[in-house]
Design a protein around this ligand. Structure first.
Ligand code: F6R
Length: 260
């Protein structure tokens, strides 16, 4: 894992955007794995800014990590609505190239299998963007998820329901299950970019980076991946015992220079 600690989440997001931008410019048919939630919002704003400045997304394909079960795509809190509003509407990406699990799919098991097949057919994910839950989840792979798990229907923990209630009018409105890419699916991405911001994530980040690789802390599975970048702000890095940033390469000076 390569750890980079930035003064602020904004700076980390800006550098993450340079990384994505360089990838898309170097390889116009890049396949991106995307996350929702508060963490990637500033990154997505920067990606939109770069697209307006000339980066071409017309050949990019995306696969989102997850979607709530039971919400139609048009629901205000669906992850499809979130992605359209916060990223896709600002990019010149072809709508048919954006993939988000269908929370109403039935039978779900068959659908999840097909989602995996679509990822494979696209050539696999080049860069997977990840946030981390306060309980260490990635995607909606909650503690206990097997490291070889695949896209499937998962139950959300009470902690995740509480964390995500801020997006709904009441905690009771938060769906209790979701479709999520599995940890095994995530680990097949060629590169993973884990973002962690804020003190609320500090303990999960410490356990993921410095603790044993255990299914109790899903993000610790990333320790076995050969190419993981971890971009943190100072608050999220505050519980790390070793703040060795020697593996953090200097950030690209321009969009055309991808040095990670
Ligand atoms: C959602 C996802 C989740 C979030 C995590 C952090 O697509 O992948 O793992 O990244 O729950 O959420 P925020 O960013 O809202 O703190």
């Amino acid at each position: 894992m390569k750890l980079c600690v930035f003064d602020t989440a904004e700076e980390a997001s800006r550098q993450a955007a340079l990384l994505i931008d360089a990838a898309v410019r170097n390889q116009p048919a890049t396949v991106l794995g995307l996350a929702t939630g508060g963490t990637p919002l500033a990154l997505y704003r920067e990606m939109i800014r770069a697209c307006r400045a000339g980066t071409d997304y017309s050949r990019v394909t995306t696969f989102n990590l997850d979607e709530y079960c039971g919400l139609p795509a048009s629901h205000p809190q669906s992850y499809r609505t979130f992605m359209d509003a916060n990223l896709f509407s600002g990019l010149n990406i072809a709508p048919q190239n954006t993939h988000i699990p269908d929370g109403l799919a039935s039978p779900a098991a068959h659908y999840c299998h097909a989602y995996e097949a679509e990822i494979r057919a696209a050539g696999g994910i080049d860069i997977q963007i990840l946030g981390i839950g306060s309980n260490g989840h990635i995607g909606f792979n909650e503690p206990g998820s097997a490291f070889d798990s695949r896209t499937r229907v998962v139950s959300l923990t009470p902690q995740t329901v509480r964390d995500n209630a801020r997006f709904f009018h009441s905690p009771d409105a938060v769906p209790r299950s979701a479709i999520s890419m599995g940890i095994g699916t995530i680990l097949e991405a060629r590169q993973c970019l884990l973002l962690g911001f804020g003190e609320k994530k500090a303990q999960a980040v410490r356990a993921a980076l410095e603790g044993p690789a255990t299914t109790d802390l899903p993000a610790s599975a990333l320790q076995s991946h050969p190419d993981v970048l971890v971009f943190l702000d100072k608050a999220a890095a505050s519980a790390l015992s070793r703040r060795d940033q020697s593996s953090c390469h200097p950030v690209p000076k321009s969009r055309d220079e991808n040095i990670f």
